[in-house]
Design a protein around this ligand. Structure first.
Ligand SMILES: Nc1ncnc2c1ncn2[C@@H]1O[C@H](COP(=O)(O)OP(=O)(O)OP(=O)(O)O)[C@@H](O)[C@H]1O
Length: 254
């Protein structure tokens, strides 16, 4: 996949909740078109807050950006509403695989395409694309989402985001609580989207092993601050990185 211009950049972003709790104190990261970037860090490092800041969702949790800049597609993202950012192709899959539990899998997917003026034929083709990425969803398309497995709900949440035709897909811990084989199939689908459709992806993960295996680059947060940034292949090889930042013990890192 060819990597082009900068699609998203955060520079020195600081953020608080309720004007009191400092959650970010200097986050910088870049995503270029055609890239998969992993945002890594331990529990509470600030990954979710950084994602909410860049997709305009922080305000919904009484959060505020207090310093720094966020530029998406050449524009200050603070000047755009979350819905506007979605229309411009910045689509986020929230942590916790939110699905409309009383809608079927297929209805959930269709909801993702409603914000666009797509004809029936186009919607059908996009549904088929989602089903070819996640064949389990085709089998379960008539089932109520609330009655499907955790992995199927995560696939539905990702599929719904894809129906909005993102340019930058942002995911918050897609591996959370899922069996290793399911996690692999989700990351394999993300990789295929990146390779075949040129989709740019920013994925926050505590599971740094799987994220570093699939990403081009990674940014590591610690206590709300970017402490490291580099090619995923290089970070994968560095034992100090694994031991100090990525939650591996020294024995695991060896
Ligand atoms: N809605 C909120 N209100 C107040 N404080 C919050 C809120 N959400 C997160 N925080 C705090 O902000 C800090 C960063 O949390 P955040 O959820 O961004 O980290 P994270 O890296 O995504 O962690 P995790 O992997 O556990 O989700 C933490 O100290 C957390 O307690």
């Amino acid at each position: 996949m060819t990597i082009h211009e900068v699609l998203l950049s955060l520079t020195g972003v600081e953020a608080t909740y309720n004007h009191a709790i400092r959650a970010l104190s200097g986050v910088s990261l870049t995503v270029r078109t055609g890239e998969i970037v992993a945002l890594l860090g331990a529990n509470g490092a600030g990954k979710s807050t950084a994602l909410k800041a860049l997709s305009g969702l922080l305000g919904a949790e009484r959060g505020q950006i207090t310093a720094g800049t966020i530029v998406y597609d050449g524009e200050d993202s603070a000047r755009r509403s979350p819905a506007d950012l979605v229309r411009r192709g910045l689509v986020q899959v929230l942590e916790g695989r939110h699905c409309f539990r009383s809608l079927t899998v297929e209805e959930n997917l269709i909801v993702g395409g409603l914000g666009r003026k797509a004809g029936r034929g186009e919607l059908r083709r996009e549904l088929d694309r989602v089903y070819s990425l996640f064949p389990r969803l085709r089998d379960k398309r008539g089932a109520l989402s609330g009655l499907t497995s955790g992995g199927e709900q995560q696939m539905t949440a990702i599929g719904r985001a894809l129906m909005a035709r993102p340019r930058l897909l942002v995911l918050d811990e897609p591996s959370m609580g899922l069996a290793p084989l399911v996690v692999e199939s989700i990351f394999a689908a993300l990789k295929a989207l990146n390779r075949d459709d040129g989709l740019s992806i920013l994925v926050a993960e505590q599971n740094s092993t799987v994220a570093l295996r699939h990403a081009d680059r990674a940014t590591v947060l610690e206590n709300g601050r970017t402490v490291l940034e580099g090619a995923a292949a290089e970070l994968r090889e560095r034992d100090d990185v694994k031991a100090f930042y990525l939650g591996f013990g020294v024995a695991d890192a060896a």
